[in-house]
Structures are given as structure tokens and as C-alpha cells.
Design a protein around this ligand. Structure first.
Ligand SMILES: [Zn+2]
Length: 474
């Protein structure tokens, strides 16, 4: 399909460019515009005449023959694309712009030996080990040379045809850019201590719920159509100690679940149609120590998953039609240390991902049609410190976002945030983008308003919050 560099995305899918060189003719300009028009007609990437941006592409028209050239992805600063528009065919610039957008040649893929026999020893023909393969090898890609002195196609393996972006290129570019974090929409400087944040929708309005475990303060805000946090709808002063809180819907009715890890108190509330927390539906007094709790649906039945990080106890309960916690479906006695757990679906297949912050162990399990945890399908050994994991989908493509906030400052180096590729079989693939941020981000929420995706990020210790766009701005 397509083969991409890790990171080096153009923010919001916008690539500022200008045309330079001497003796530029109308034909030269026409060819540049035609190549850009091709990209605009098939992708959400936009090549934009540069104004004041410091990172941009400079298309340098030359008249000395030879092929074009481009760096791979956004490199920072000015990056030249020298090209002889008179000597090269029109699609050559489409190819160079693909490099600038982050695409490698198909013959640099790790699986290339099934398709090409590489004879050149030059480094430009070497396999790119850290690239991101999206889909199978694409012989129709604009990044697949028709013929080349450095390799030959294995007979029958590849029918190279067509120029310009292939269907596979277009899908790949969508995958890599649609889920990428975009520009910042707004920053907030709030009070410190917010430990829980989640997004929910009731009626046709969007809300964000914020809770301080340490004081029991709760704020509910409207979410504006622009993705920003809007007016305060309601403030509550509850008892302190609520460690888990989430929103869910059963039989079309909205509820919230609240849990105190320390003493096992659970409250379930209705949610009113104006977004406020309504009547208490039920309460329970459980054992202490539940650290993870979430809601999920499999085969039309609702469940809740509960986990104790300290000893690995897991309980799964059915959720009743009135929103209350029903019968226990199953319990497990796992190893200790699982600090992050979440549910997701790829295609129609449900999965759960489990992560240990302390040593970076990741397990992925299939979920059975009766809601129980099925076989482990993948295991990863990451670095330690990943504390938050989120699953989201854009244009049908699955992604995961992970945030590192352990150990807390000043001991750790919690500067890393990453977005990971989710493969069609539900396992996690290459890291599409890695972000180096300031330290201290503890909470992340992905949500959509007005059909656009956003990520909300929060630092508990200083109260800084930030909303960023996801995907291209167009
Ligand atoms: Zn090339």
C-alpha cells in the first residue's frame, strides 16, 4: 500500500511551499500546480504557498536534466526539491512531493524481496528497518519505480502500472495523517489536582467531566463545537477519594459509575439530559483495591471490567438494563502490576490491552462473545512508565495513543507521548509518531465534536490543560 517514515509529519497536513530557481517559465509553474492539484484532489494534504512558516518545501526549478530529489517527511527548516520540470515527466514531481510528505520507495520495504531483486549495493537501495508499512507491497504506488538500474522485478510478482498516487498510496496517506496530532486549539491554566477527565454526550450536547480525587471537587463543562472546553454547567463538592469514574449508556439511557479504591465504595448515578449528574441508582460496598474499571459491550450485552493492580484480581460483571452492576460473569487471578487496561474493537473483533507501567509489559487478548477474556494474541516489552492508553478510530482506521507519566517527577522522564499503529489483527504495530513534550502530562481524552476529532491533555500537578486537533485541518 505505502511505506512511511516514523514521525516527521506536517502539522495539520499543511505543507508550506514556494517555487524558486532562475528562468522559470509558465510551463514550469503549470507543472508544479498540476502536481499539487493531483495531491489536493486525492488526499487531505494541502500544499500551501508559504508565508512566514519556518519549515517549508522549496521546489527549485533547474534546467540541467537528471531526476528530482526530496528529503523524506518534514525535516525542519527549508527543504529543497530540485527538479527539472522540462526534462522529467509531470508525475515526477508528484513522486517527490510524496517523499516530502513522508513516503519511502516501495523497494525499501522489509518485505521487498518477494517483489524485487536488488542488485545495487548503494545505501539508497537498503531496507528501511524503521519504516511504517501500511498495507501490502504496492506495485501501483507512485513510490514504485517502473524500472530502475538498481533492481529488477521478480517475474510475475509485480505489474507496475500507472503514475501518480495509487489507491493504496491514498489509503496509506490517510492512515498516517488522519490520526496524527495536529496543532493546539487552546491552552488552559486551571487549579491543580484534577485526576479524572472524561467526555460524554447526552441529548445532542457534548460535555467534559473533571474530578479531583484529593478534594472531591467535580466540574462539568460544556464542550464547544470548536473542540474547546466551554462554560461550566455544574460544580459539585463531593466526598474525597473517588479514583475511578466513567460514563456509559445502557438501553439508550446514560449513567455514571464512581468508585473509591481505598474503601470499595461504588455509586451509580443517572445522568440528566442537561448533562448534570442525576439521582443515585444504586450503591455498593466492595472490597478495597480496585484500580481499573471500565464498561464495554460485546454481542449486544453490557459488561464491566474490574482489576486490582496490586494482586491481579479481575472480576467481570454483567450490567443490568437499569444501569446497575449485575451478576459476576467470571473472575481471574492474574499476576500483579497491571496498571492500564482498556477495551477496543478492530473490525467486529473485540480486544483488551493490558499494560504494566513498571516494566512495560503489554498483553493483548481477544474477548469472547460471552464477554470473558480469551486467548492472548500478542505480547510486547516496552520501556517502563507508560500510564495512559487510549484507543480511537479515524475514517475507519484504528490507532492507540499512549502517554508516559510514571514515575512522577523529578525521578522519571515523562516527556514521551506516542501514537501507535493498530494492525488489522488487533495487535499493535509500528509507532507512527512520537512526541517529545514537556513533562508532567497525566491525563488524556480523545473525543469528537462537530465531526472533528480532538485530544485533551492535562497536567495534574500544575493544572495546565491543552486541546489539540487530530488529523489534517481540511
Ligand atoms: Zn524517489
Amino acid at each position: 500500500m505505502a511505506f512511511f517514515i516514523q514521525s516527521h509529519r506536517w502539522i495539520d497536513g499543511l505543507v508550506p511551499y514556494r517555487v524558486a530557481g532562475s528562468g522559470i517559465t509558465d510551463d514550469d509553474r503549470q507543472m508544479v500546480l498540476a502536481a499539487i492539484e493531483h495531491w489536493h484532489s486525492k488526499t487531505r494534504i494541502r500544499f500551501w504557498p508559504r508565508t512566514t512558516e519556518s519549515d517549508y518545501v522549496k521546489i527549485v526549478i533547474k534546467h540541467s536534466g537528471g531526476g528530482g530529489q526530496s528529503a523524506i517527511g518534514r525535516r525542519g527548516g527549508i527543504q529543497d526539491i530540485p527538479i527539472d520540470t522540462g526534462f522529467n515527466p509531470p508525475w515526477a514531481l508528484i513522486h517527490e512531493l510524496a517523499h516530502a510528505a513522508g513516503m519511502f520507495h516501495e523497494h525499501n520495504r522489509p518485505d521487498r524481496n518477494q517483489f524485487v531483486k536488488v542488485t545495487s549495493k548503494k545505501s539508497s537501495y537498503a531496507v528501511e528497518k524503521n519504516g511504517i508499512m501500511v498495507g501490502p507491497y504496492d506495485c501501483h504506488s507512485t513510490m514504485a519505480y517502473e524500472s530502475d538500474p538498481g533492481f529488477t522485478y521478480i517475474p510475475g510478482a509485480c505489474e507496475v502500472s500507472g503514475h501518480g498516487l495509487s489507491a493504496g498510496d491514498i489509503k496509506g496517506i490517510g492512515y498516517v495523517y488522519d490520526g496524527a496530532l495536529g496543532s493546539e486549539v487552546k491552552t488552559y491554566h486551571w487549579s491543580s489536582g484534577w485526576t479524572t477527565a472524561f467526555f460524554y454526550e447526552v441529548g445532542s450536547s457534548s460535555y467534559m467531566f473533571f474530578l479531583k480525587e484529593g478534594t472531591g471537587a467535580v466540574d462539568i463543562h460544556r464542550v464547544n463545537p470548536s473542540g474547546t472546553v466551554g462554560d461550566l454547567v455544574e460544580h459539585y463538592d463531593w466526598t474525597k477519594g473517588w479514583t475511578s469514574a466513567f460514563f456509559y449508556k445502557v438501553a439508550g439511557k446514560p449513567y455514571m459509575f464512581f468508585l473509591k479504591k481505598k474503601d470499595g465504595t461504588v455509586h451509580i448515578h443517572r445522568v440528566n439530559w442537561d448533562g448534570r449528574v442525576g439521582d443515585k441508582v444504586d450503591e455498593y460496598q466492595w472490597t478495597s483495591g480496585w484500580t481499573s474499571a471500565f464498561f464495554y459491550e460485546v454481542g449486544g450485552q453490557s459488561y464491566m471490567f474490574f482489576l486490582k493492580a496490586k494482586d491481579g484480581t479481575v472480576h467481570i460483571h454483567r450490567v443490568n438494563a437499569d444501569g446497575t452492576v449485575g451478576d459476576k460473569v467470571i473472575e481471574y487471578d492474574w499476576t500483579s502490576g497491571w496498571t492500564t487496561a482498556f477495551f477496543y474493537e478492530v473490525g467486529d473483533q473485540p480486544f483488551m490491552l493490558f499494560l504494566k507501567a513498571k516494566d512495560g509489559t503489554v498483553h493483548i487478548h481477544r474477548i469472547e462473545t460471552d464477554g470473558t477474556v480469551g486467548e492472548k494474541i500478542a505480547q510486547r516489552d516496552w520501556s517502563s512508565g507508560w500510564t495512559t492508553g487510549l484507543f480511537y478510530q479515524e475514517n475507519g482506521n484504528p490507532y492507540m495513543f499512549f502517554l508516559k507519566s510514571w514515575p512522577p517527577l523529578p525521578y522519571g522522564d515523562p516527556t514521551a507521548a506516542a501514537r501507535v499503529q493498530v494492525l488489522p489483527d488487533g495487535t499493535v504495530g509500528a509507532t507512527l509518531d512520537r512526541y517529545q513534550w514537556t513533562a508532567g502530562w497525566t491525563t488524556a481524552v480523545v473525543y469528537r465534536v462537530a465531526a472533528r476529532p480532538y485530544v485533551f491533555l492535562l497536567k495534574k500537578d500544575e493544572g495546565t490543560a491543552r486541546v489539540r486537533r487530530i488529523g489534517p485541518s481540511l
